[in-house]
Design a protein around this ligand. Structure first.
Ligand code: ZN
Length: 140
């Protein structure tokens, strides 16, 4: 059964959700295809936050745009692989950025990609017994 997300235009082909513009344009014309929220938009709607990343340090003062671009690129790439992995909320803090994600793997990935791109210090804490991850990255 095919479906599509009325919010982000993701399509469900009967097996998995993904982004396929051609398929989307084809199925929205069919009368018997249902729309609804994809797993990603549903997680955002229900405020299902599974991870938080804190990015901080003096390094960011001169590299703010690079850092923001990196976050956006990682989030976009990950969303295309897994529609449920989203940045729920991102805000600037006094020391850098705080990024809440609907997916633990996305939070972990942001930390790892920061370490790979800019070195710095990475700390990943899996909260025991909970499906929540805290990721801290810092560079002065
Ligand atoms: Zn969606």
């Amino acid at each position: 059964m095919m479906k599509f997300c009325s919010n982000c235009n993701a399509v469900f082909d009967g097996h998995k959700w993904g982004y396929d513009k051609g398929l989307y344009e084809k199925i929205i014309k069919k009368e018997d295809v249902k729309s609804g929220l994809c797993p990603g938009c549903e997680r955002v709607e229900k405020k299902m936050v599974d991870g938080v990343v804190l990015i901080k340090g003096d390094f960011l003062k001169d590299h703010k745009d690079e850092a923001l671009n990196l976050i956006h690129n990682i989030a976009e790439k990950k969303r295309k692989k897994n529609v449920a992995a989203r940045v729920f909320k991102m805000r600037e803090t006094s020391e850098g950025f705080s990024i809440e994600t609907t997916d633990q793997a996305l939070a972990e990935l942001i930390g790892k990609e920061f370490e790979r791109a800019f070195s710095g210090k990475l700390d990943i804490q899996w909260l025991e017994g909970e499906s929540f991850v805290r990721v801290n990255w810092e560079r002065d």
